[in-house]
Design a protein around this ligand. Structure first.
Ligand code: NAI
Length: 468
């Protein structure tokens, strides 16, 4: 009888946590299998999240620029129109090129990629057995297992997804017509990004947010500026507002919302529910294995990302921390390096940048002013506006600012909060500055190319050291 193959590592889930881990482990010489129920690797991020949403954000931005701004730049375009099908095809093409790239890397690194659902994981003498739905690989044996199964959208009991009129973030990336009125429940990352896409493509968009402000855990400077900007673009944003009921009628959806005990009826033709995501930890037999799952459904892990079961690891959305692709990938790298015995630094959870890809974009890293106030620590604050920046003027962009927060005594940077065009690129400077404990003096006297948007960061730092 043929000897059973025992992989050094079996990764469950091929998203930005799982595929990064699988490739890194293979680079270190481990034999690796990766299992995912999806046909294509890349998880939610590549297939139905970060990448397709950015493809649509870029396309819709392009459409809006040509429609609304080209003439101002002296570019005359006749008959601007929308080919939604063409836009969706381009989005799929972007996704496919990236997922093909990962499949190519799997082949190159000899990672065995299996399309199947894992139905059970059991402990064995060699490590683990994973039962799968693939008839070719019904059982995979591995010394170590890494879970990277990600998360899925939370459903509201009053508004269950039907995929056509009440949609999740995934479904809102593939609507086959532009809604007349899209109502978005949840003023977080997904709600504002997808709301922006459909607003630019012609929908009336109303955002309903239960909390007093949108992107509620960001610095107030950021959420206030983005809210003002989105309102100026025509988005209706209703904060401190609760969704009470949803009535699906033949020709419309009738929503009842409550603000300050006052009821309002809103009619729309499409409802996007974007109220957060929940971890995929069910169906793997984790409780039988003895894996500790906390009250939020997240798996507790130690510094090496090992669960309460020896040899079983977990990373990404299923472990505590923000549900972000770059957080999962970072955990993947550190987990594998530790697994092969390399001494690497811990994942710096205090330095995870957050970006909301509205226009202008919002990006931040480090502590917010609210957190500093709550901690009682003495801090300094400096800011500079995008409106005074030469590159922004050339781009015809006026909105946004950079806010810096620093320790009052030493000037060490504690937080950077940017609203600006391409803030997603600018924030890398903040991550590096915090990582290397830069002061506002360091940033203020650092070369920034002229003209560039990054000069707003330098200007903000200079305002903090002018009188010191
Ligand atoms: P989120 O947690 O960012 O925002 C959800 C919002 O919905 C919150 O502001 C919450 O107060 C509100 N909410 C919850 N229940 C509500 C109700 N019944 N009525 C009205 N408002 C309600 O979650 P989101 O936007 O769904 O994103 C999910 C995850 O995906 C997040 O963890 C986010 O970090 C990640 N993500 C990140 C992106 C990025 O980095 N650019 C883009 C998209 C998603």
């Amino acid at each position: 009888m043929a000897q059973e193959v025992v992989f050094d590592l079996c990764v469950v889930g091929a998203g930005p946590g799982g595929y990064v881990a699988a490739l890194r482990a293979a680079e270190h010489g481990m034999t690796v299998a990766i299992i995912d129920a999806r046909q294509t690797p890349g998880g939610v991020c590549l297939n139905e999240g970060c990448i397709p949403s950015k493809a649509l954000l870029d396309s819709s931005e392009f459409y809006q620029l040509v429609r609304d701004k080209a003439a101002h730049h002296g570019v005359l375009v006749d008959g601007v129109g929308l080919d939604l099908k063409g836009m969706m095809t381009r989005k799929q093409d972007v996704v496919q090129r990236l997922t093909d790239g990962i499949s190519f890397l799997f082949k190159k690194q000899k990672v065995v990629s299996i399309t199947a659902t894992v139905t059970e994981i059991t402990k064995t003498e060699a490590g683990f057995d994973l039962l799968t739905t693939d008839p070719l690989y019904p059982k995979i044996a591995a010394t170590k297992v890494l879970l990277a199964t990600g998360s899925r959208p939370v459903e509201l009991p009053v508004a269950p997804f039907d995929g056509e009129r009440i949609v999740s973030s995934t479904q809102a990336l593939s609507l086959n017509q532009v809604p007349s009125h899209l109502v978005v429940i949840g003023g977080g990352y997904i709600g504002l990004e997808l709301g922006s896409v459909w607003k630019r493509l012609g929908s009336a968009v109303t955002v309903i947010e239960a909390l007093p402000r949108i992107i509620a855990n960001s610095d107030t400077s950021m959420s206030a500026t983005i809210q003002r900007s989105l309102k100026k673009q025509g988005m209706v944003i209703k904060t401190s507002t609760r969704l009470e009921s949803v009535d699906l009628q033949a020709d419309r959806i009738v929503l009842r919302t409550v603000f300050n005990d006052v009821c309002e009826e809103i009619q729309c033709d499409c409802l996007l529910v974007a109220v957060g995501r929940k971890p995929n930890t069910e169906g793997l037999g984790l409780s039988v294995l003895g894996v500790n799952v906390n009250a939020q459904g997240r798996i507790d892990v130690d510094n090496d990302f090992m669960t309460s079961v020896e040899g079983l690891y977990a990373i990404g959305d299923i472990v505590p921390g923000p549900m972000l692709a770059h957080k999962a990938s970072e955990e993947a790298l550190v987990c594998i390096e530790r697994m092969v015995g390399n001494a690497v630094l811990d994942v710096r959870y205090d330095l995870i940048p957050g970006v909301v890809y509205t226009w202008p974009e919002g990006a931040s890293v480090g502590l917010t002013e609210e957190q500093l106030k709550a901690s009682g620590r003495s801090y300094r604050k400096g800011s500079s506006s995008v409106i005074a920046n030469g590159r922004a003027k050339a781009m015809d962009e006026h909105e946004g600012q950079v806010v810096l927060l620093a320790d009052d005594a030493t000037g060490e940077l504690l937080g950077m909060h940017i609203v600006a065009p391409r803030a997603s690129e600018m924030i890398a400077e903040g991550v590096a500055a915090l990582r290397f404990k830069a002061t506002v003096h360091d940033i203020g006297f650092l070369f920034h190319a002229h003209p560039s948007l990054s000069e707003v960061i330098k200007e903000a730092a200079l305002t903090m050291i002018a009188d010191r």
